[in-house]
Each structure stands twice: as structure tokens, then as C-alpha cells.
Design a binder for this molecule. Structure first.
Ligand SMILES: Cc1cc2nc3c(=O)[nH]c(=O)nc-3n(C[C@H](O)[C@H](O)[C@H](O)COP(=O)(O)OP(=O)(O)OC[C@H]3O[C@@H](n4cnc5c(N)ncnc54)[C@H](O)[C@@H]3O)c2cc1C
Length: 477
């Protein structure tokens, strides 16, 4: 079976690994390094940037733990300097190294990688035009035609742009322009208080910038668990971030060397820099989808079913281009499921009721499955228990009391159907809840899984125990 994959992000390269392992002849077409925007511009760079910001946690808590640095007095937080050029070159080097590692893995699995821009010209044919820096073997006039029994579209998404807010890469920035900064902005105005905005706000607050959020709703992270969003708002406020709520940016312009955001109610907000984090749009333009009959929705997202099939039987799609849920883990799973389905493996549709995701603020917010918000919107009855981390001995020892564990279970059965963790390493702590959700464990089963002591994970066990007693009345073994 020959498979042509257009796009080499997690949706594309994870599919390539699965297909190659199952014996398919795989070609991946990508217009930049493997790993895609995820590795080169979005997830990996932003998390590397945040790792530098996290170094401040050690500095901040050290005096209260009895560790003082030379020249410090008493409990004061040590003076520190942020070397942004070094941070940014570490970010870039790490992204490139990760991309190269993925390239090696994909080639070692037996897949062919073609550098260029792909366009679907038939249900089984992709035409590839070279992009800068790449050469194509065997293509007449530099254009190569690739034939496949199946095609997977995994072309990702681009930052959403506003005509009235043209970015210039210097003062008015998109999320991908951030890495050009060589000095910490004196005042960063972040337009859009979703997960990307919150992550960059976290980093630049730690680096010492004044940060202002322009937030169109009455709270930041409006689609997230409300308690989690409020916990992060509280931390942001304590660190000096200002939030302008119910404020919609109508226009953003550069005035001299500063950025000005004009709100639709007539107010203006000015900063040394303006960062636009107003979402992502699926990259389906120029792919030739209309001509071959691949249906898209009004946002340009490719319409797929639970096993990643599009409206053309030989064409699958995975990742942000489907705009189902724009996370790397979802893209990877959609890509793998597409190949398992194509290559005749036992496969179930993607479990949207068990997706886990993290927002890498500080503390982080990790969620899985059903949220309280969604349960209320859809009328699904749930029992909820929330346990603050302040009582956890590991949290006390670490001097990191902010955060909580929340579990959602179905009344009667006690089956875990969702959860949220706000904690320093919530991205890892969500794992046992994610497994419970996926495997439909009950609260009492989750409470009987061993966790080490002392650990943050102990709070998950305790929260599950409390929920089991409440929902199930007593333990059911
Ligand atoms: C700032 C930021 C931070 C994020 N952090 C996280 C995170 O921490 N965790 C998480 O799970 N998600 C995160 N996301 C979301 C995550 O980046 C995406 O969900 C993920 O990249 C989607 O993977 P993909 O394979 O669909 O596409 P991408 O990673 O976008 O890769 C698609 C690739 O295809 C290429 N391409 C496009 N068109 C063509 C064509 N015609 N021919 C050839 N190649 C083409 C693109 O250039 C790109 O290289 C973040 C997003 C942003 C913006």
C-alpha cells in the first residue's frame, strides 16, 4: 500500500511511523523541517521558553527554603537578569534538534521525506513544488507527482490574522514573531486571553515585563474549567498582570516605536509591544480540495469522521487542518487512527470524551474528558469533588500551594468522566486521571491505585476516595 502524507507535524509524522511499521510505502511531503509548526514554531518553542521562565520559581522559593545566594539579605528574592538572546537561541537550537531527531526516526522507519509544497490534484495524486532550500529528485521542471493508494492531509494551521491589526514582526507580533525578540518588552499587551496568550503572558511576566491582557470575555481562558481559570487569574494578579475584561480589540496600529490597541468601546491600550493570540485557522487554502471533492466547513476545516476519513474515500485528514481540537496530541492520534483504519487494523473512533490537554501557565492547568462547563451545557449529571493542594504535604514542602485536583464522576456508577489539575507539573499529574477516564474506572478503583508518599499525585488518590464515598456510598471492590 502506498501512502502520501502532506504535512510533517505530529498529525503527519506519527501517521508515517505507524504506516511504515505496518509495511506501507510512505512518502511525507513537508515544506519545512519534520515536526511541523508544532516543533519549529508553536508547542516546542513555547514550552522551551517557559522552561527558562520556570527557573524563576527556584529563585523565588529558595529564600523561604533557607537557601540564600551571595549578596542577598534575608528573605528577599534575588536580583536576576534575563538574557533573552541566549534564551531565544536555546529555543531555536532545541526546536531544530527535535525536528532533526524526528526526521531521523521517520527515515529510519523506511519513509521517504520530500521537501516541498503539496497540492492534491486527484484522489490518488499529489503534486509537489519545491520550497526554498530543497531539491526534488525525479521531477520534471522541479515539480514531482506522487501517486498513492491513499493520501493523508495534515497541513496544520496558521495564526489567525486581523486586517485591522497587521503584524510587523517588531512591535505588533504574531505568536511566531515572539522568537525574534532580543530584549524583554517593557510593556507587552496581549490581545486574546486563551491558552496561547496565557502561556506567553506567563513567560514574559517572569522575565520582568509589564503585561496587560485584552480579554473579550469576563475572565481569561473562557473555555477552560472556571475554577482553574480563576486560580490562574489570581496568580497573574499577584504577579502584577493587568486584565482588561469584556474588551474587544477593533484595531491595532504601530505609532512610532509603540503599539496601540483600539478597543471597540473607544478606549485605547498602549504598550511597547502588542502580541496577537486570537486563535489559529486551518491551513487548507491552495491544497486543491474543492477540485477533488474534499468537503470543508465555513472555517476551511476539512470535515472528517471518527477514523479521520474525509468525503473522498482515498483521502484522510488529521490534526489542526480538521480544526476538531487543535492540540498536538489530538493531531497525532487522528493521524495514527487514519493509518490503522487504512491498513486494516482493529481501530475505534477517536475518544473525544477522553482527550487530555495542558495549558502551560504557572501553575499549569491540565484537563481531561468532560468539564463541569460542558456537563452543564449538555445536561449531563455529574458529581464533582475538588481538593485544594494547600493541604498536600509535598506542596507544603515545595512551597507551591497554589492549585487543586478536581474529579468528575457519573452519579450511581461512580465512573470517572473528567478531571482537572492545577499544579506545577499538572501536565504529568493528569496521567492517572486520563487513564481512569479512558478505561472508565470508578472513583473507588482510582482511589485504590497506589501513589507514592509524599507526592502531588497523593491528592488525586484522596480526591478519588472522597468522591467514591460520596457517589458510591461505600467502597465497591
Ligand atoms: C503557540 C502555540 C503553542 C502550542 N502549544 C501546544 C502544546 O503545548 N501542546 C499541544 O498539544 N498543542 C499545542 N499547540 C497546538 C499544536 O501546535 C497543534 O495542534 C499541532 O501543531 C497540530 O499538528 P499538525 O500535525 O496538525 O500540524 P502542524 O504542526 O502545524 O504541521 C503541519 C505542517 O505542514 C506544513 N504544510 C502546510 N501546508 C503544506 C503543504 N501544502 N505542503 C507541504 N507541507 C505543508 C506546515 O508548514 C507544517 O510544517 C500550540 C499551538 C500554538 C500556536
Amino acid at each position: 500500500m502506498r501512502v502520501v502524507i502532506v504535512g510533517g507535524g505530529p498529525g503527519g509524522y506519527e501517521a508515517a511511523l505507524v504506516a511504515a511499521d505496518l509495511g506501507a510505502e510512505v512518502t511525507v511531503v513537508n515544506d519545512e523541517g519534520l515536526g511541523g509548526a508544532c516543533v519549529l514554531w508553536d508547542c516546542v518553542p513555547s514550552k522551551t521558553l517557559l522552561t527558562s521562565a520556570q527557573a524563576f520559581n527556584t529563585l523565588e522559593t529558595a529564600p523561604s527554603l533557607g537557601v540564600h545566594f551571595e549578596g542577598m539579605q534575608g528573605q528577599e528574592v534575588p536580583r536576576y537578569e534575563v538574557d533573552l538572546p541566549t534564551i531565544m537561541s536555546r529555543v531555536r537550537d532545541l526546536a531544530v534538534a527535535q525536528s532533526e531527531d524526528i526526521g531521523k526516526r521517520v527515515r529510519a522507519a523506511g519513509a521517504r521525506v520530500v521537501l516541498g509544497r503539496g497540492r492534491v490534484v486527484g484522489p490518488h495524486t499529489v503534486e509537489v513544488r519545491p520550497t526554498g532550500g530543497g531539491s526534488l529528485a525525479g521531477g520534471a521542471g522541479g515539480v514531482e507527482r506522487l501517486e498513492g493508494d491513499a493520501i493523508l492531509l495534515a497541513t496544520g494551521s496558521d495564526p489567525r490574522r486581523m486586517d485591522a491589526a497587521p503584524t510587523d514582526g517588531e512591535v505588533i507580533l504574531s505568536s511566531q514573531d515572539v522568537y525574534r525578540l532580543r530584549k524583554v518588552p517593557e510593556h507587552l499587551v496581549v490581545v486574546g486571553a486563551g491558552s496561547t496568550g496565557a502561556e506567553y503572558a506567563t513567560a514574559f511576566l517572569r522575565f520582568g515585563a509589564q503585561v496587560t491582557f485584552v480579554c473579550s470575555r469576563d475572565r481569561i481562558l473562557p473555555t477552560q474549567d472556571e475554577d482553574a481559570a480563576l486560580a490562574i487569574e489570581d496568580v497573574f494578579e499577584r504577579r502584577g498582570l493587568q486584565t482588561i475584561k469584556k474588551a474587544k480589540a477593533a484595531k491595532v496600529e504601530r505609532v512610532g516605536d509603540r503599539g496601540v490597541v483600539h478597543l471597540d468601546d473607544g478606549r485605547t491600550v498602549e504598550g511597547s509591544h502588542v502580541l496577537l493570540t486570537i486563535g489559529q485557522v486551518p491551513q487548507s487554502n491552495g491544497l486543491g480540495l474543492d477540485e477533488v471533492g474534499v468537503a470543508t466547513d465555513e472555517r476551511g476545516a476539512v470535515i472528517v469522521d471518527g477514523v479521520s476519513r474525509t468525503t473522498v474515500p482515498s483521502i484522510y485528514a488529521a490534526g489542526d487542518v480538521t480544526a476538531k481540537l487543535m492540540r498536538a496530541s489530538v493531531a497525532a492520534m487522528q493521524g495514527r487512527i487514519a493509518m490503522w483504519h487504512l491498513l486494516g487494523q482493529a481501530v475505534s473512533p477517536l475518544r473525544w470524551d477522553a482527550v487530555a490537554a495542558t495549558i502551560f501557565t504557572d501553575p499549569q492547568i491540565a484537563t481531561v474528558g468532560l468539564s463541569e462547563l460542558r456537563a452543564a451545557e449538555t445536561g449531563i449529571e455529574v458529581e464533582v469533588d475538588t481538593l485544594p493542594l494547600a493541604g498536600n504535604s509535598r506542596a507544603k514542602m515545595s512551597n507551591r500551594p497554589d492549585g487543586f485536583v478536581k474529579l468528575l464522576a457519573r452519579p450511581g456508577s461512580g465512573t470517572i468522566c473528567g478531571g482537572a489539575v492545577v499544579a506545577g507539573y499538572a501536565s504529568d499529574l493528569i496521567a492517572p486521571i486520563s487513564e481512569a477516564c479512558f478505561n472508565r474506572l470508578t472513583a473507588s478503583q482510582l482511589s485504590q491505585v497506589f501513589q507514592t508518599y509524599p507526592s502531588f499525585a497523593g491528592s488525586i488518590q484522596e480526591c478519588a476516595r472522597r468522591l467514591a464515598v460520596r457517589v458510591q456510598g461505600s467502597y465497591r471492590y
